[in-house]
Design a protein around this ligand. Structure first.
Ligand code: CTP
Length: 475
């Protein structure tokens, strides 16, 4: 038992909150993620304060004395939130909370610190550190650890376990099923056998949790250093089938006439981890997760050829909109994901067909500012164990990349702006707004991409003057 261990705390906001608690003779602790991260030596931005007394009154005092902004009070839950500088502070009264099974509404009453800690999600999050310096009216003192469920040991042994029976903890808030997976992958910790069994048995309860909360946790799993840890756990426990059914369809190795097709799920896991190693962009990682999403439905065995997945790039891209809508993912990222899924085979095809300048220009044009991410995806997609193959693919991509850099430097295709605009075309040729303007603009675009003219205004105007009739005649 590690209760009573003392920590040096120099976080100024906490020191001030502690002094205020002393003034008001109210017992206060910092709990949860801050304590966990303190023990792990990690930085933590949010402060969760538990008080044995009136949290709303105390939050009001903090807000006034510490110059907080945006205080929001939730009377019914006995909590208040505010921001102090960069720090988000939540103040909550130590509580017992039960969910009324009839209404599913929580019934909250005041409780002891230990009762409060017991109804938190995991033992690693169920530790508190005292903030008071004067010890005449409370049990804990500044910097002193309260750890009734031995979260310290769970942290050092990297185990995710619940303070109470997991079925009780998960019933209170089934989102904790996702949180267990998130913390497990973030800290490379294993689920205790009872937590694992409970998740497997209770996963259907996720259906009462809002999609936004589930998706938020899902994206946090993608944000960890090795997302495959959490994704595999979701698959093994059956959670993936509920949260992202298309991904849960991916596993399965098939064997036909000596050709076995690689398990798409395991390949995808490697791709996501590879991307996590080179980029913090969770949307690139998401793209890695879904780039082969249409493989299960497009797979076909062709005699003499082996397994094929014809069109999985385009079909996969077209699936994205519905998935984004269903998962309530932010629509501003849809185009990016669609685009990379659609184009993910293109650089290889280009290398195999011979790297022509116009093909590279078209790829730059279609991928635009996301060209570099596309190349990262392609390189992450090389998961073969065959060294020769890896060397061959890598050098193909090097070639495409080098060519693309040269062309981009010269022609600036990525952030494409038409070298002549519609107004100017109308003025030049005395034509009215209409289809012809679009046709002429398109002809300029094609001429640039084909390398017929350089990407500049003068060349574009000269080109249009020379070919005006021919372009409109041939349209
Ligand atoms: N908590 C809980 N059940 C939940 C959410 C939160 O018991 N469903 C408790 C945990 O004690 C947790 C604390 O509330 O530590 C704060 O929650 P939150 O800020 O969501 O998580 P953190 O643990 O701070 O993790 P992170 O650093 O990822 O924000």
């Amino acid at each position: 038992m590690t209760d009573g261990k003392r920590f040096e705390i120099d976080e100024p906001t906490l020191v001030k909150i502690g002094a205020l608690a002393d003034d008001l003779r109210i017992e206060a602790c910092v709990v949860g993620g801050y304590v966990r991260d303190l023990i792990l030596g990690l930085e933590s931005k949010d402060l969760d304060i538990v008080v044995m007394g009136d949290p709303i009154k105390f939050a009001g005092e903090i807000s006034r004395k510490l110059d907080a902004s945006g205080i929001v009070v939730f009377e019914r839950f006995r909590t208040a939130q505010m921001t102090i500088g960069e720090t988000k502070v939540e103040v909550v009264g130590a509580r017992k909370e039960k969910y009324d099974p009839e209404s599913r509404k929580p019934v909250v009453t005041a409780g002891t610190l230990e009762e409060d800690l017991s109804r938190r999600d995991f033992t690693i999050n169920a530790m508190a550190v005292g903030l008071n310096r004067f010890a005449d009216y409370h049990e804990t003192s500044f910097g002193q650890l309260v750890d009734p469920f031995d979260g310290m040991t769970a942290l050092s042994e990297r185990i995710i376990d619940t303070p109470l029976d997991p079925s009780e903890t998960f019933s209170e808030d089934p989102l904790r099923i996702m949180r267990a997976i998130r913390f497990s992958s973030r800290f490379d910790a294993s689920l205790s056998p009872r937590v694992r069994d409970s998740i497997t048995g209770m996963k259907d309860r996720l259906s009462i949790v809002s999609q936004e909360r589930i998706t938020d946790e899902f994206m946090k799993v993608l944000a960890v250093a090795r997302p495959s840890l959490g994704l595999k756990l979701m698959q093994e426990t059956g959670v993936m089938k509920i949260v992202f059914p298309e991904i849960s369809e991916m596993p399965g190795v098939e064997q036909r006439q000596d050709h076995h097709h690689k398990d798409v799920f395991l390949h995808t896991m490697n791709v996501v981890d590879n991307l996590a190693g080179v980029s913090d962009n969770v949307w690139l990682r998401f793209t890695g997760l879904v780039h082969d999403i249409a493989k299960p439905e497009t797979k076909k065995f062709i005699d003499g050829v082996g397994w094929t997945f014809h069109g999985h790039d385009e079909i996969g891209a077209r699936k994205m909109k519905r998935i984004f809508q269903r998962m309530k993912l932010p629509m501003e990222n849809l185009q990016y994901v669609e685009k990379l899924v659609r184009l993910h085979l293109r650089p290889m095809a280009l290398a195999v067909d011979g790297v022509t300048d116009s093909a590279v220009r078209r790829l730059l044009f279609e991928s635009g500012e996301d060209f570099d991410d596309l190349m990262k995806l392609c390189r992450a997609d090389i998961t073969s164990k065959n060294r020769n193959l890896v060397a061959e693919y890598t050098s193909n991509y090097d070639l495409v990349y080098a060519r693309a850099r040269e062309i981009e430097e010269k022609d600036r295709i990525k952030s494409w702006k038409p070298p002549v605009n519609g107004d100017e075309i109308m003025g030049l040729f005395k034509i009215k707004p209409g289809k012809d303007v679009g046709v002429l603009k398109k002809a300029v675009e094609t001429a640039v991409l084909d390398g017929v003219i350089p990407n500049d205004h003068e060349s574009a105007v000269a080109f249009l003057k020379a070919h005006f009739a021919e372009i409109l005649f041939e349209k």
